[in-house]
Each structure stands twice: as C-alpha cells, then as structure tokens.
Design a protein around this ligand. Sequence first.
Ligand code: SF4
Ligand code: SF4
Length: 166
Amino acid sequence: MAAKSSETKKAVGKKLPFWKTKTMKEMSKTEWESLCDGCGRCCLNKFEDEDTKEIFYTDVACRLFNTSSCRCSNYPERTKYVKDCVVLTPAVMPKMNCLPPTCGYRLVYEGKDLYDWHPLISGRKSSVHEAGISAKDRAVSEVTIDEDDLENHIVKWPMSKRCKKI
Ligand code: SF4
Ligand code: SF4
C-alpha cells in the first residue's frame, strides 16, 4: 500500500506538458511553433470538394518545399513568395479543416493527445520521418509538373493516421 501511495504522489506531482495545461492563445511563440511535427503534409497541394467540403491531398508540394529535407526553404519570408501559405495562429484554427489528422496543431485544437512519434514526445525531430508520417522523399515539387496534371496526383496517405512503427 505504501508503495502505491508513493507512486500516486509521483504521478500527481508530475508536470503536465504545456499543450495539456495551456490554451493555444496562452502558448509562447516557441511553444506554439513546437506543436508542428515537421511532417510537411500541409505544404502539399490539395483540392476541396465545394459541396461536401471533403479534402483531397496530392503528393505535389509547394514550390518552396524542399522534398528531401521536408522543410520550407524560406520559412521566415514564406508569405512573401507564396500568397496562399496560411500562417497558423490560434485564431485561424477553426477554419483549418484542411490540416491532416496527424497534425500537431489539429490534434491539440481537438483536445487529443500527440502521437508518440511527435518530436515533443520522442525528443527527436527525425521520429516523424522514421514513423512514415512525413512527406520527406514522397512528394514532387509543383515546379516539376503541369498544373493540369495535378488531379492525377491525388493520394490518400496525407490524410492517413497510419504509420509504420518507429
Ligand atoms: S501538417 Fe501540421 S504538423 Fe505537419 S508540417 Fe503542417 S503544420 Fe506542421
Ligand atoms: S511557403 Fe513554405 S510553409 Fe508555406 S506551403 Fe510552401 S513550403 Fe509550406
């Protein structure tokens, strides 16, 4: 009994992570940015069905997306070069139904836990790639394809929650 009581105290005393204790508006800039798991899925071109609002992702990435590093090649100035790049803030979250179901922002907004492969849990940025979640080496740049060909690039994996084990 004594051991159990001590374990309970430890659990109660354990500090909960910021994304479980703060609202999105209360997070610091660093905390907010760290919610991004670096999957790059939101940098893929997508279509929205006007009637059903269903989102269809393609494997065609924004021209600033580096398909090898899985990073934006000019993150600080991204909106200057890509007018439809949405800067995520707590205020825009209610309208962001296009974010993939694995997105750290979407999960926290919906009151769900982050996945084990999220860098905030694993402690490693590479775990999102190792888990098979990211767009790293899976996308093609939009500069390499004809815009009329975009519909032929519709794929299901960016809206999938499945991943291979780390
Ligand atoms: S989908 Fe979400 S978690 Fe993934 S890169 Fe975009 S903002 Fe970050
Ligand atoms: S500008 Fe950068 S962050 Fe925005 S969609 Fe393109 S690659 Fe992604």
